[in-house]
Ligand binder design. Structure first.
Ligand code: MN
Length: 423
């Protein structure tokens, strides 16, 4: 049987070359359709969602009980582990192949199992157990450091020795398309003597990837590179909405708190680690060499194109304000996970790890408005007469990402969020 990542595979379903969901991808999500059934697990293929619960009624899945596909979240499926993830993906790939008749030639099964994507509602794909956000782009950390501390002490002394992170909130992780209410908080601009409480005036986005942890680790035990890798079920695009003015006043000495916890948006499809395998590469050289527990023996970064579009209410379409790549990240997701568990912290099925803002070396590769507008001093022009230093009410932010194969794209779709006025 051909490997599900084989670039030559074709589905009996037509998939456009620029579609994010060819047979080589097969990302998992949770959807509901007009049939009135409860939200359940599906796989994206071209312009369709493959209903795995319906499919499992007609076509044999040796390794899983169909019940895991009837769940309104991916957690029960993820809990089954990497061998089951792999064999399930191989079986789905087989059933969708153009040269495999089982589903292709069974019209009634096909009708039940394939739902036009235009007719479904996509839900948060997994129950988020814990959310941790990292700070692992050297370019991003340097840009922010230069803005707030000057060139000479841009990177803090610990930054090159470990993936810096903070514990965020799982309670406000939302799926793409969910509007985001402008947060309120304590503000104390440098010109004010005392703080006031009110709507954030410097609302920002952060372009990130999110790791979906699919296996638990044992409290008290460390992880090897290999163990951490095998715990990663897949990736989503993540927008870590940030209130820069709240952050600036509150972050000393314990780091971000209210500035980050009001909303985190993720894309609805979880692209599996296995589907990203062909796009692995080595990250930037790490100098100084990390401590032994953080050293990597294999390429743990990915060649993944990312872009950010911003649409003000008066515009018809988003304007691209950043184009970058996940490959620039200094600390890999595997290193983040190894570090996270290194003290003895237990990881759970459904944990979400934000990569940290992804900025590249070039000016047009910056992953936040803070950097793009250089702390508000260089507003970006979106359209004639429409400029932005930070996000305004009615603005819609769209992030997209994909890995480019030879004639196909393994993509994430998008994560969108529109800013609502503060209450
Ligand atoms: Mn962040």
């Amino acid at each position: 049987m051909p490997h599900p990542n084989d670039p030559k595979l074709r589905s009996f379903i037509d998939v456009a070359p620029d579609s994010h969901f060819p047979i080589q991808n097969l990302p998992y999500g949770v959807f509901s359709a007009k049939d009135g059934l409860a939200p359940r697990v599906g796989v994206a293929i071209g312009d369709y969602v493959l209903d795995l619960w319906q499919l499992a009624q007609d076509c044999r899945f040796d390794v899983v009980e169909p019940a895991v596909f009837a769940a309104p979240q991916l957690n029960p499926f993820m809990a089954l582990g990497p061998k089951v993830w792999s064999s399930t993906r191989a079986r789905i790939s087989e059933l969708l192949r153009h040269d495999h008749p089982e589903l292709r030639d069974n019209e009634s099964s096909r009708k039940r199992a394939l739902v036009p994507m235009a007719d479904v509602k996509l839900h948060l794909p997994f129950a988020v157990s814990g959310y941790t956000d990292f700070y692992s782009s050297k370019e991003h950390a340097t840009n922010v450091g230069v803005m707030f501390r000057g060139k000479d002490s841009a990177l803090q002394p610990n930054w090159l020795h470990m993936p810096i992170g903070y514990n965020g909130r799982a309670s406000t992780v939302v799926v793409s398309g969910t509007p985001v209410r402008r947060p309120r908080g304590q503000l104390k601009p440098p010109t004010a003597d005392v703080p006031s409480f009110g709507p954030c005036k410097r609302l920002d986005f952060e372009l990130e990837m999110g790791v979906v942890v699919g296996q638990p680790s044992v409290m008290g035990e460390m992880l090897t590179e290999k163990q951490a890798e095998e715990m990663i079920f897949g990736f989503v695009i993540l927008n870590d909405w940030s209130a820069r003015d709240i952050q600036q006043w509150e972050y000393v000495p314990l780091g971000p708190f209210q500035a980050k916890v009001f909303a985190t948006s993720i894309s609805p499809w979880v692209v599996t680690r296995e589907a990203l395998e062909p796009f692995r590469l080595h990250g930037p050289a790490q100098d100084p060499k990390p401590l032994p527990y953080l050293q990597q023996t294999q390429p743990n970064n990915y060649d993944m194109a990312l872009e950010v579009g911003l649409r003000a209410a008066q515009m018809n379409a988003p304007r691209n304000i950043s184009r970058t790549n996940f490959k620039y990240m200094y600390w890999s997701s595997v290193q983040q996970l190894v570090h996270h568990a290194s003290s003895g912290c237990a990881m759970n099925v459904g944990d979400l790890l934000g990569s940290g803002t992804i900025s590249g070396p070039e000016k047009d590769q910056r992953g936040s408005l803070l950097e793009i507008s250089w702390n508000g001093t260089e507003p970006v022009e979106l359209a004639a007469g429409v400029k932005r230093s930070f996000l305004e009410d009615g603005d819609s932010l769209v992030m997209r990402g994909w890995c480019q194969g030879d004639g196909y794209r393994v993509g994430f779709g998008e994560v969108e969020g529109t800013v609502l006025a503060a209450e």
